[in-house]
Design a protein around this ligand. Structure first.
Ligand code: HPA
Ligand code: ZN
Length: 325
């Protein structure tokens, strides 16, 4: 049988990953102690924190962990460690979301640390990376405009795009259309979480209202055959995350023949494999590939195709994509 090491060695791009969701539990624990943040309630241990069975409860844990990262050095550390973990899983290129609004820390401090972490990872690990602020859709479109502008002022060349995340339904993508228009006009790439907790109409909305050609998760697309056909024609890229579905959706069994990631692949959609919030879902990027192969009906040819589609759908330049493929 094929070993985890095989999946680790495959050179690949990671396109759906959250900085705060990548913080190693031991680092979270250390930073909480150093910064005097009460991460655990009396009588709780770390395992109690990593215990959730829906998107809302997961986001509570994510927000609690985000709260331990305070100084620029802290942001530097968690960024570097995240990219180091990606490199161990065979990632050569990483595009990750950040949630600056989840911290009670000035954006200036956050970006300083994150950008230093990225620079160090490029030097020390030989990987390329971009970040994109994830817009917390719960904040609404007006707050999102200010938030995006603040990030754009601080992000420089490291900020390649913008994303939309957090609790999905009932927050449709459409109200964010003016912001996405502005972001695209300014040269930013765009993507959005859709069809994880929301309906197929939100996947269509991310395409039509926000101009996305890349969708994070997208599972509900399978509820709308006409939309499946449209996404196939348009070669929309779906950044899928197998283990996430066990905790944030009702697809708890990854071997289920009706699991949407399997169905999306069978329907001929462009599906890449990603890790989202690896320690929160007890996984790694390499392990997500192993799961796709072992549990979700991906052949080695499917694995190769999804890696190449991920590189092709990344925000690297054409020359860089050719070099990576
Ligand atoms: N969905 C929505 N928001 C998120 C996720 C997710 O899977 N991970 C981190 N923030
Ligand atoms: Zn995500």
């Amino acid at each position: 049988d094929i070993s985890t090491d095989f999946f680790r060695r495959l050179p690949k791009a990671e396109l759906h990953l959250h900085l705060e969701g990548s913080i190693r539990p031991e680092t979270a624990f250390e930073l909480a102690q150093k910064n005097g943040v009460a991460l655990l309630k009396p009588g709780q241990d770390l395992a109690d924190l990593y215990d959730y069975d829906d998107l809302a409860k997961f986001l509570n844990a994510y927000t609690a962990i985000a709260g331990v990262v305070l100084s620029a050095d802290d942001f530097h550390r968690v960024t570097y460690e995240m990219l180091e973990d990606c490199a161990v899983s065979g990632a050569r290129h990483v595009e990750f979301f950040i949630s600056p609004h989840a911290h009670d820390v000035s954006f200036d401090v956050q970006f300083r640390g994150i950008r230093r972490g990225m620079a160090e990872a490029r030097d020390a690990l030989g990987i390329s990376c971009f970040m994109a602020p994830g817009i917390n859709r719960e904040l609404g479109p007006e707050a999102a405009e200010v938030y995006f502008d603040t990030c754009a002022q601080l992000g420089g060349d490291d900020m390649a795009g913008v994303g939309l995340d957090y609790f999905e339904a009932p927050y449709p993508p459409d109200p964010f259309a003016p912001l996405y228009d502005r972001a695209r006009a300014a040269g930013y790439q765009v993507t959005a979480h859709a069809g994880e907790g929301g309906p197929a109409a939100y996947v269509a909305g991310a395409m039509d209202a926000l101009g996305c050609r890349r969708i994070d998760h997208g599972y509900a697309v399978m509820d709308d055959p006409a939309l499946v056909a449209r996404c196939r024609e348009a070669q929309i890229l779906f950044t899928c995350c197998p283990s996430t579905t066990k905790y944030t959706t009702h697809w708890r069994d990854l071997t289920d023949p009706d699991h949407p990631i399997r169905k999306m692949k069978e329907a001929g959609l462009n599906v890449t494999i990603n890790s989202d919030d690896p320690p929160f879902f007890f996984t790694t990027l390499a392990q997500e590939y192993e799961i796709a192969y072992r549990d979700m009906g991906f052949t080695l040819a499917d694995i190769k195709a999804s890696i190449l589609q991920g590189i092709q759908g990344s925000w690297l330049s054409q020359d860089q994509r050719v070099a990576l493929a």
